[in-house]
Design a binder for this molecule. Structure first.
Ligand SMILES: C[S@@+](CC[C@H](N)C(=O)[O-])C[C@H]1O[C@@H](n2cnc3c(N)ncnc32)[C@H](O)[C@@H]1O
Length: 491
């Protein structure tokens, strides 16, 4: 039967206008993911099951849940499904999907065409909640403005959050029974960053995290819809004590390379982390843990500063030049970096290559020297998040100063260059697989900002300089980089 529902999903997904998809966040869950999610619940022995599917779409998730009950011969005393779906057009499909199962398993269902947030907060306020034993959620994603009606409504339920997806999950947790379980597929962005701190605190204060699944490919979860985002599936249990967390990973929704491992909770949320970041360890983890004892220095410890490129081009337009000319110095954009080095000037870049050096621009410029530069935005194709390159005077015609554009991060020493071997050592270290894996553990973003580079732990300054010396020059291939970093031990 799920195959029948999958066909309907593909048809609806194809026929829904992109505008509507993004307005309503209507990205429907594929069958394999829906079944995986339904399979995560471990409280199938409850007597009375009440399943919540908020933002149910055409019911793929509720149906995967029913399907699991049939396959596993689960029998509840009573079984009720409550679904919320705002979009009138898809409600018939939802009713239809549920009715397909009616002959196979007894259950009752109700479909609310109202807004899940409004209706549920109303129900809470009027004491009308019939609490849920299970919730299965693929919520809409949309920013909630700080003055919006949603924000005010949610506040009444004690929920302070910035996106519809976290609002759906937080609200569903409010209406879950003790020991009730919730499975949701949501963007990984809530795991770190200050905006999602209140949401993380709701999760950590009210539930235990039982399972986290990470899709390692950014377009894995909703590839028919071209959604490019890192998604995780999370299983939470209300009111139970936090124990080990099961972490699984798969490249995509075929789950063909599923890896599963248990972790103590202090490897998921570090006990001394005031921000309560949620880390998702991946298979490279053990290597990271082994290395973390040696790589324990902050940038400050090694005497290195990091800044965002200070040249914001639209503010300095009149001083920019397509090509170098007398009175200008090189201006470097991400497009000037290739194979861990600078290629300058570049005529096919469609960006200026130079900036005038004068009283107005002087404060935005760096003196020529050796720097390690990290792009703030990685491109889709890039395998690694952190892409570091070396800036050396020879590659910019020994110019006296350099402008770094705003899409770059620069590692420097008090606005001066670094010793050559240190700059090169940082480039090698930051391009290593072990750093990439550890970065993915705490960041769900594709952006790498100066603050992220400050959070990374580094080998000592002496080790980094020795690393630079033994590397000699760039470019180096990934294996050579990883071997060099592996060898830091011997220094
Ligand atoms: C990401 S889709 C997921 C649909 C379904 N759960 C699935 O997994 O296939 C989110 C659904 O929520 C619905 N929706 C958006 N905002 C809503 C709201 N405030 N209340 C109820 N449903 C909403 C959308 O129409 C859409 O069908």
């Amino acid at each position: 039967l799920l195959a029948q529902i999958e066909q309907a999903r593909l048809r609806i997904s194809k026929n829904t206008a992109p505008k509507k998809k993004s307005q309503l966040g209507q990205f429907l869950t594929p069958k394999s993911t829906a079944s995986f999610m339904a399979g995560l619940f471990s409280n199938m022995d409850v007597k009375d099951c009440h399943l919540l599917d908020p933002g149910a779409g055409m019911g793929s998730l509720a149906c995967a849940f029913i399907d699991r009950c049939i396959t596993d011969k689960v029998q509840f005393g009573t079984f009720k499904i409550t679904a919320f779906e705002l979009d009138n057009d898809i409600q018939d499909e939802l009713a239809n999907s549920l009715s397909i199962y009616k002959d196979l398993l007894p259950f009752t269902h109700e479909i609310f065409g109202q807004d899940f947030i409004e209706e549920t907060i109303n129900q809470i306020q009027f004491g009308q909640i019939d609490y849920y034993s299970h919730a299965i959620i693929n919520p809409p994603y949309k920013k909630i403005g700080s003055d919006s009606r949603y924000r005010q409504l949610l506040r009444q339920a004690g929920i302070e959050t910035v996106n519809l997806y976290s609002a759906f999950v937080a609200l569903a947790l409010c209406v879950l029974r003790e020991k009730g379980q919730l499975v949701a597929i949501i963007p990984r962005s809530f795991c770190n960053g200050p905006y999602y701190r209140p949401f993380r605190d709701i999760i950590l204060a009210n539930t235990s995290i039982k399972h986290i699944h990470l899709f390692e490919s950014r377009n894995a979860a909703f590839k028919d819809d071209g959604v490019l985002q890192e998604n995780i599936i999370i299983l939470l249990e209300r009111g139970s004590e936090q124990g080990k967390v099961v972490v699984s990973t798969s490249t995509d929704d075929s789950f063909s390379d599923l890896e599963v491992q248990g972790y103590p909770f202090d490897q998921i949320v570090f006990p001394d982390d005031a921000e309560h970041f949620i880390h998702v360890p991946t298979p490279g983890n053990d290597r990271i843990d082994k290395r973390s004892k040696q790589f324990c220095h902050s940038l400050e410890d090694i005497g290195v500063n990091v800044s965002t490129g200070p040249v914001v081009d639209f503010r300095l337009k009149e001083h920019l030049r397509d090509l170098p000319e007398p009175g200008t110095v090189p201006l470097l954009y991400p497009g000037h970096f290739c194979n861990q080095k600078v290629e300058w000037p570049k005529t096919d870049l469609k960006k200026p290559n130079a900036i005038q050096r004068n009283d107005e621009t002087e404060k935005w410029l760096f003196p020529t020297g050796y720097y390690c530069v990290v792009r703030r935005f990685s491109s889709k194709e890039e395998r690694r998040r952190i892409v570091a390159s070396l800036v050396q005077p020879n590659d910019i015609a020994q110019a006296e100063a350099i402008g770094f554009e705003n899409h770059l991060n620069i590692l420097h020493n008090n606005k001066q260059g670094l010793p050559e071997s240190l700059a090169l050592g940082l480039v090698i270290y930051l391009n290593s697989t072990v750093v990439d894996e550890s970065f993915r553990r705490f960041s769900g973003h594709t952006q790498v900002n100066a603050a992220d580079l400050k959070l990374i732990k580094y080998p000592g300054r002496t080790e980094l300089m020795a690393l630079g010396k033994s590397a000699g020059s760039v470019p180096l291939d990934q294996k050579a980089i990883d071997d060099l970093v592996e060898g830091i031990n011997a220094v």
